[in-house]
Write a protein that binds this ligand. Structure first.
Ligand SMILES: Nc1nc2c(ncn2[C@@H]2O[C@H](COP(=O)(O)OP(=O)(O)OP(=O)(O)O)[C@@H](O)[C@H]2O)c(=O)[nH]1
Ligand SMILES: [Mg+2]
Length: 243
């Protein structure tokens, strides 16, 4: 009788051990899934910066001041970044004005690119033709950066209060032509160096085809604005859609 009891107890223990396994597995799986969700949420929450970048004198600081504080100040060439909070209802993001001077531009871009949600590339619509090589070169670096492939890009054609300003469509096509030249110069340089590095800039567009903004990974849009006359509605609409 005692033996029978012992056997029954052993059997029940074995059974409960067996029953516990799927429960434990489910708990561990649930925990792993929760952890992944939390990490992904933290990552996407981590990206809340809108970077204002582009050549010096294009009007980044003027746009920054107008859109955040309704002021068009006498600006000096920036030597450091400006950071401000952009709020719309219950949503908000950070606006970062990156200095355009070639000596510091990359340093600040690298500092903020990992927290970038979107990029606003400011162009001086009056001088763009004259400076097209530099503009295309900087824009190419921005679009080819591995860290910002998920960021929508707005090419903001500023200074449209001036009569000599070029239209957004014209700017788009002169930049597309110039990006071809930048691409071939860079690919020749890369070939001669022969580097293989996961973080090296990408080759943009479709191989063997003329460069087009529609071929790059990011969504690239072109709009016109004037910081001076506070015509920045298209910019705020674009930002608010992404907040
Ligand atoms: N007419 C006109 N001038 C503008 C406009 N926006 C900026 N400017 C002028 O352009 C010049 C450069 O403006 P900033 O805002 O300092 O340019 P930035 O891009 O911040 O330049 P860095 O700080 O050197 O990178 C200043 O003299 C501004 O007054 C605009 O919409 N229209
Ligand atoms: Mg500035």
């Amino acid at each position: 009788m005692d033996k029978m009891n012992e056997n029954t107890r052993e059997n029940t223990e074995n059974l409960s051990e067996l029953n516990m396994t799927p429960i434990l597995l489910a708990a561990v799986l649930g925990f792993v899934i929760m952890a992944i969700i939390l990490i992904l949420r933290k990552r996407s929450l981590g990206r809340r910066d809108f970077l204002l970048t582009g050549l010096s004198e294009s009007g980044k600081s003027a746009i920054f001041m107008q859109i955040l504080y309704n002021k068009f100040p006498n600006t000096l060439t920036s030597i450091t970044e400006n950071v401000g909070e952009y709020r719309s209802g219950r949503s908000s993001g950070r606006l970062i004005d990156i200095p355009g001077h070639y000596r510091v531009r990359n340093k600040y871009f690298d500092q903020f690119k990992h927290s970038a949600k979107a990029i606003i590339f400011v162009v001086d619509s009056v001088t763009v033709q004259k400076e097209v090589r530099d503009v295309a070169d900087v824009l190419y670096s921005v679009l080819a950066d591995v860290a910002t492939q998920s960021c929508p890009v707005l090419v903001l054609c500023n200074k449209h209060d001036l009569s000599t300003a070029k239209g957004a469509q014209v700017i788009k096509s002169i930049l597309e032509k110039e990006m071809n030249i930048v691409r071939s110069t860079r690919s020749r340089k890369l070939q001669s160096v022969g580097e293989e590095d996961a973080s090296k800039p990408l080759c943009l567009g479709k191989e063997g085809k003329d460069f087009e903004f529609s071929h790059v990974q990011q969504n690239v849009q072109f709009i016109e604005c004037s910081a001076k006359e506070n015509q920045l509605n298209n910019l705020s609409d674009w930002i608010e859609r992404l907040l």
